[in-house]
Design a binder for this molecule. Structure first.
Ligand code: B12
Ligand code: SF4
Length: 557
């Protein structure tokens, strides 16, 4: 007889790349989405593979890590799932989590055999609902009596975007029992689990869409104000074998800025931070559990700057020995002491949301940062051996051929270790939408037009940038991004090996499509493929946590 379980929280459901490939490659060759996709993968042995799949493809042959290795950034414990399970346990509930749905279906099946009262599905990374629907089908089949609740950013966004009837249809299609509409949501989940265990009615729980007659009814709004100090994750509750060397955590919620292209603070509310003492308690637990690479996912980890200095000093005083990684706001770091503290506390790489190398575009973005501040920050970071990843947007309102050339020159001048540039995605929930009329802004997503550019020209600009940047190494975003760096460090690669891999990968990307191909010859492509194999035969990686037959999974997907 299995023990009773109150709740299972499920992390990320990531489809194989082929799922996106079929849909995107059916689009016109010049469609912006297809052109973005072309820089996210490379062709190896006739198959389009995202960078992590390239690692999976060669690992078995060259790294001796056993059959069907499945390296994946989602091997790092899914933060929303760990956080929610930890929150429930603190409330006295029996809660477990799985991080990554596909390779953990066996473990999930075992948990579902305990017939948990509630199954909670997180939605941190989804822009579309189908991965949630797939999980619901799986849970329904394995544990028909469990109450399925879905919450997180996807639900907030669906509620904000869809008219009532469409929302009802989408909720019906996903087939959960209830949906949480609250940007935090942990208190609502706790209350739902408690209510169901006590035999109560979910309709009494605030912040929920619950089934009612032919559709769903919203119970009532009760905004949550969960104190981050009281909600720190109790890592001691996690399976001792389950953490690995790389862990993500957060010390703050939301962000202090209001960049006009970003809807994150709009959804997540005012910035709220955990105290240094609470962070210290969490880090002590992580250090005791053998974690070596620590990722702070806070959107503005170094703001406010006084607290950031205190955090660095706290890490130095504890001598944890962590290598740490985070987002970094250059505008908030104007004295060299900050960079010294970062170096001495173990910072190894930062994500810089630079966005543009043109100050007038930065002003349109309300970035509260200037190119001079970025110059200073990158110089200081590099002097201390801290790796930089810089992210850029092409085509934002105000972008012109001249501003784009400024960005290209800027990247070549400051030479961040890695960079990526994305075509601007016009999100109607972001603050810039309020200025649509003044900016002559129409359309949405990757299909837009404004006074100085349209999305077709924006896609040309992104192609041009990719072609003409020579001073930095391109880093694809798909399940990779800056966040792959701490994951791969945790698997044993050195920073220079990661840079070397990226450099070969980016040299192969232009061969993905005839229209963006470099005039370089077939000979160059073959030489780079050989370099890729040589790279794999020169490095060592520890085994992945997961095993998954990728090509079989792609066929199923
Ligand atoms: C790390 C990260 C990644 C990494 C993850 C690596 C890894 N190891 O897993 C990677 C590289 C995979 C990634 C990718 C993407 N990401 Co990302 N990522 C993040 C980041 C920085 C942290 C996510 C996180 O763990 N947050 C902390 C957790 C605790 O917060 P949370 O998930 O919101 O959960 C809270 C509530 O929402 C709620 N909740 C969540 N689920 C549920 C469920 C229930 C039932 C309940 C009750 C509550 C609840 O409870 C939590 C506590 O309050 C965030 C920014 C951020 N700071 O959040 C962006 C972010 C999540 N990413 C985003 C995006 C857009 C993407 C991409 C789509 C980018 C792209 N254009 O390709 C891809 C999608 C995945 C893919 N195929 O590549 C957006 C999400 C937008 C959205 N969903 O509306 C964010 C918010 C960035 C932003 N500023 O816009 N990402
Ligand atoms: S882009 Fe980053 S800093 Fe700017 S508002 Fe969004 S989360 Fe905050």
């Amino acid at each position: 007889m299995k023990s009773a379980l109150d709740c299972v929280v499920i992390g990320y459901n990531d489809p194989p790349l082929s799922f996106h490939e079929h849909r995107i490659m059916a689009q016109d060759e010049m469609s912006p989405e297809r052109r973005v996709f072309m820089r996210e993968h490379l062709m190896v042995d006739g198959i389009r593979r995202a960078p992590m799949d390239v690692i999976n493809h060669y690992a078995e042959r060259f790294l001796g890590v056993g059959p069907d290795p499945y390296y994946h950034v989602g091997e790092v414990p899914n933060l929303a799932a760990v956080y929610l399970a930890s929150y429930l346990r603190r409330q006295g509930h029996a809660a477990e989590y799985v991080s990554l749905f596909r390779p953990e279906q066996g473990a999930l099946t075992e948990l579902l055999e305990c017939r948990p009262r509630v199954v909670a599905i997180t939605t941190t990374f989804y822009l579309m609902p189908w991965p949630v629907q797939e999980i619901c089908q799986f849970v329904r089949a394995a544990s028909p009596g469990s109450h399925i609740v879905v919450g997180g950013p996807l639900i907030d966004n669906l509620v904000a975007d869809l008219p009532a009837e469409t929302l009802r249809d989408v909720f019906e299609w996903i087939d959960a029992d209830s949906y949480v509409k609250e940007s935090q949501g942990e208190a609502t989940l706790g209350s739902l689990v408690g209510t169901l265990i006590a035999g109560g009615d979910p309709a009494q729980v605030p912040n929920l869409y619950v089934r009612s007659g032919q559709g769903f009814r919203f119970t009532r709004a009760r905004p949550e104000r969960n104190d981050l100090d009281e909600c720190t994750i109790d890592w001691g509750l996690c399976d001792p074998g389950g953490l690995g060397l790389t862990v993500q955590t957060r010390t703050a919620r939301s962000c202090a800025f209001k960049c006009s292209f970003c809807d994150f603070p709009v959804r997540a509310g005012a910035l709220s931070v955990a105290s240094v003492a609470a962070v210290e308690r969490e880090l002590r637990q992580l250090a005791r559990r053998g974690v070596r690479h620590l990722v702070f996912v806070d959107d503005t980890f170094n703001v406010p700057i006084g607290r950031f200095k205190d955090l660095c000093q706290m890490m130095i005083a504890n001598d944890f020995g962590f290598e740490w990684y985070s987002f970094f706001r250059s505008s908030a770091a104007r004295d060299t002491e900050i960079y010294d503290l970062m170096q001495h506390s173990g910072c190894r790489a930062v994500f810089l949301g630079i966005e543009s190398g043109d100050d007038s575009v930065l002003r349109n973005m309300t970035k509260s940062s200037s190119t001079d501040q970025y110059r200073f920050a990158v110089e200081q970071l590099h002097q201390r051996g801290i790796t930089t990843f810089a992210s850029f947007i092409c085509g934002f309102p105000g972008e012109t051929e001249k501003s784009l050339r400024n960005t290209i020159s800027f990247i070549n001048e400051i030479q961040p270790t890695f960079y990526r540039a994305e075509l601007w995605f016009y999100n109607h929930r972001s603050p810039i939408h309020e200025q649509a009329q003044a900016l002559g802004l129409t359309g949405q997503g990757y299909d837009w037009k404004h006074a100085t550019m349209d999305s077709a020209l924006g896609a040309d600009a992104a192609d041009e940038l990719f072609r003409d940047v020579t001073g930095s190494t391109w880093m694809p975003g798909y399940n990779y991004d800056f966040w792959a760096v701490p994951y791969l460090r945790g698997k044993g690669l050195t920073m220079s090996e990661i840079v070397g891999l990226q450099s070969i990968i980016s040299s192969l990307i232009p061969f993905n499509s005839a229209s963006t191909a470099d005039p370089a010859s077939e000979e160059t492509r073959l030489r780079q493929l050989q370099a890729l194999q040589a790279w794999f035969s020169s490095v060592a990686m520890s085994e992945p946590r997961y095993r998954l037959a990728l090509e079989a999974s792609a066929a199923a997907g």
